[in-house]
Design a binder for this molecule. Sequence first.
Ligand SMILES: Cc1cc2nc3c(=O)[nH]c(=O)nc-3n(C[C@H](O)[C@H](O)[C@H](O)COP(=O)(O)O)c2cc1C
Length: 77
Amino acid sequence: MIMYTFFEENADGLAGKTLIPFSTHAGSGLSGFDRKLSDACLNSTVGTGLAIAGTDAQNNPDSVRQNVNDWLSELGY
Ligand SMILES: Cc1cc2nc3c(=O)[nH]c(=O)nc-3n(C[C@H](O)[C@H](O)[C@H](O)COP(=O)(O)O)c2cc1C
C-alpha cells in the first residue's frame, strides 16, 4: 500500500517518465502491480516488469542474474 500511495501522490511528477516495476516476492509475482501502476500514473509509460522469487535469488543467483540481464536487454538497457 505504501507504494500505491507513493505513485498516486506523485503521478504528476512522474508524467512523461518510463516506470519499470521490479520486485522480489514469495509467490505473488508482481501481483498486478504493473497494471495498477499504469492506472495510477496515466501520463507515464510503464515498461515490462520482472518479479524474482526470493528463494531463487538466494539459491540460484547465477540463473537469476542471467534472467535480470536478459530482461534488461529486452528493455534496451
Ligand atoms: C510485510 C511483508 C509482506 C509480504 N507479503 C508478501 C506476499 O503476500 N506475497 C509475496 O509474494 N511476497 C510477500 N512479501 C515479500 C517476500 O517475503 C520477499 O520479498 C521475498 O521473500 C524475497 O525476500 P527479500 O525481500 O529479502 O528479497 C512480503 C514482504 C513483507 C516485508
